[in-house]
Design a protein around this ligand. Sequence first.
Ligand SMILES: [Zn+2]
Length: 264
Amino acid sequence: MLLVVYYLALHHKNNNNNAEVSPVSKTDTVKTENKNDAAKADTTISIEYLMGKFNPAKDKSFTECDLEYANREGIYLQEETYKAFIKMFYAAKNDGVSLKIISGARNFNYQKSIWEQKWNGGRLVDGKNLANIVKDPVERATIILKYSSMPGTSRHHWGTDMDLNSMENKYFETPAGKKIYDWLCNNAAKYGFCQPFSALGDKRKNGYQEEKWHWSYLPLAKIFLKEYQKKVTYDHITGFAGSQTAKELKVIDNYVMSINQGCE
Ligand SMILES: [Zn+2]
């Protein structure tokens, strides 16, 4: 893990010459330790990285998922996430459970296109054209935020998070889907994975609706979430339609940080 994060930081330091702002600030450092507590290093994780402002397909710390594990080409994950997933995949297979990655890393621009289609009515939300029927920006953003992140605020930016098998909770209540979900609940933690968007209620009061399909590789995601909390502010969340609502809706506190306590 240490090496991946360290490499990632170096890579971003050395290979983003086109970025308008340097992706790495030399003053922003985080200390991480390997599992054996034998080595320490200062690593840097940029705001641009945390907000998905890079191309996973061109980033050497990301790998494209093989079609044995994914339902289409062009799905990328951080190398370490991918390796951990493969271990989990075969353990599940041994138990007769077939896991399939249907979404992985999504960068800022990708998330912006999803968000703006919903914002502008090009993509219906619950069968409705929000641009026509919900004029109040805060109200419109709140509806989209049930299941979609604002650009720059998605865990999918980090290459640590993936969607598995189906993006419908209903599927995971069918016999086939329940078998998969139950297996994940009982076993995913052994491989480092956790469901961050658990059911809303006493234990998770704000944020996205439950997503039974969304699983996060914690050894890396924990580091990125901590860095996100330290570095990203509401002033950074800009550059897309409706971004003016981010502060009022407290999307960092109420969405990014509002995850399953077991995943913290
Ligand atoms: Zn997801």
